[in-house]
Design a protein around this ligand. Structure first.
Ligand code: NAD
Length: 298
């Protein structure tokens, strides 16, 4: 008997549609006499993955007509100096969005840095003001990766309403906001949501019941087919570099799911790469345009 083939949730395709929509909106916005939106990016240190992410974000800006500038600071920069730059950007009326690429060097306190960004320019949606407003269903900038997951579910008509959703990984930037978005009664979520993390006693007991399983733990191969319900929708957020001498760059990207065994059970699945990753950047473009239009905080 042939193995069942899951439907692929194509993040590259959906992200391209969103970027095109933003490009058109930016074009109309500028044609109506407004200045082009501007994103200020700050990169501290030489983290290779961060450089790749920042490159992808600034290329996307260029594609959709958003201006962007990247300030590169050395690893040794003090938190005080970084905050001085942020304060300057907060006060600059030509800058709509500010993005400080994470992770920051170990001597810095990420939350203190994020809190120093004006929440009205926090297009990453990490500021406690935005997270708090998300929690109570108020307009806010929504963290780009979970917002991208919500867009994927919407695009493929995979409604979470009344479903059992399990989120594995409870970080402030992916798992927790994803669980909040999915569990809100008055928003598009409306799911019964379980949030698992490294202290969860028996992960399979939870994952096996999930109609929609979202995995954002940063552990390659954490979820295997045996942990997944037949017909589940599986969103693999993980982006892990594993060494692979057979490719030029020396590594390949894998998710948190053991793709082959999970694909045998899932009705829908995101590939890695090409699933959630491109959506994060597309949602950042959307948030930056919202910031320019002062659509969230008039
Ligand atoms: P994080 O390290 O901040 O948090 C990981 C979470 O997973 C924690 O809540 C931890 O308790 C939980 N966890 C770890 N091991 C676990 C285990 N064995 N069982 C259950 N839970 C476990 O990670 P993060 O920043 O949320 O990122 C998670 C993954 O998503 C990483 O691979 C990251 O690269 C990827 N990511 C992808 C995108 C994207 O755009 N696709 C964006 C952000 C993060």
């Amino acid at each position: 008997m042939n193995k069942p083939v899951p439907n692929i949730i194509d993040g590259r395709h959906v992200a391209a549609l969103i970027r095109e929509e933003v490009r058109q909106d930016v074009h109309d916005w500028v044609n109506s006499g407004n200045r082009a939106p501007k994103l200020q990016v700050v990169l501290v240190g030489g983290n290779q993955a961060s450089k790749v992410y920042v490159g992808a974000k600034t290329r996307a800006c260029e594609e959709v007509g958003i201006l962007s500038e990247t300030l590169m600071l050395p690893d040794t920069t003090s938190e005080k100096i970084l905050k001085e730059h942020i304060a300057k950007y907060n006060d600059d009326p030509t800058i709509d969005g500010i993005l400080v690429q994470l992770p920051l060097p170990a001597h810095m306190t990420p939350l203190a840095v994020i809190e120093s960004i004006d929440h009205r320019k926090d297009v990453d949606g990490f500021h406690p003001m935005n997270v708090g407003r998300l929690t109570i269903g108020q307009p806010c900038y929504r963290s780009c990766t979970p917002a991208g997951i919500m867009e994927l579910l919407k695009y493929y008509s995979l409604s979470a309403k009344s479903k059992d959703v399990v989120v594995v990984g409870a970080s402030n930037i992916v798992g927790s906001p994803a669980a909040i978005m999915l569990s809100r009664e008055n928003d598009e979520g409306k799911a019964t949501t379980t949030l698992c993390h490294k202290y969860t006693r028996d992960l399979t007991r939870h994952t096996i019941g999930a109609d929609i399983l979202i995995v954002a733990a940063g552990v390659p191969g954490l979820i295997t087919g045996q942990m997944v319900k037949e017909g589940a929708v599986v969103i693999d957020v993980g982006m892990n570099r594993v060494a692979d001498p057979s490719v030029d760059r020396g590594y390949r990207l894998v998710g948190d799911c053991d793709y082959d065994s999970v694909a045998e059970k899932a009705s829908w699945i995101t590939p890695v790469p090409g699933g959630v990753g491109p959506m994060t950047v597309a949602m950042l473009m959307k948030n930056t345009l919202l910031a320019a239009k002062k659509a969230v905080y008039p």
